[in-house]
Write a protein that binds this ligand. Structure first.
Ligand SMILES: [Zn+2]
Length: 109
């Protein structure tokens, strides 16, 4: 379950920026290609924030779908997993979305 270490770094960053103020909401963007399960992340978030300024904060998870562009035929197509194959058969593809892993915003106070 890699959600635990990912969520730990999110909570660390949030608590650092909160600088002692209570955190109400944390919004993260986690692309589907990171293989993070939103429910697991919420579960970890509740565990990890216990006893921190982010305890009880609401975690919003935005999960952009995966997409890629083929360098051979220039087609753009949806990716549901990390099988990087264009419908044309080429494996020379570039991931354009779905690997995001970032904190978008947080509300404190
Ligand atoms: Zn192609």
């Amino acid at each position: 379950m890699h959600e635990l270490s990912i969520t730990q770094s999110v909570v660390d960053a949030v608590c650092e920026r909160a600088a002692g103020r209570p955190v109400r909401t944390v919004k993260v963007r986690v692309g589907v290609l990171t293989a993070v399960v939103a429910d697991s992340m919420r579960f970890c978030f509740d565990l990890i924030t216990e006893g921190t300024v982010a305890e009880g904060a609401h975690l919003e998870i935005d999960q952009p779908p995966g997409s890629a562009r083929c360098r051979d035929c220039r087609a753009e197509f949806a990716l549901t997993d990390l099988v990087l194959l264009c419908p044309c058969g080429s494996a020379d593809v570039e991931i354009t979305s779905g690997r995001e892993l970032q904190i978008i915003s947080m509300k404190v106070g």
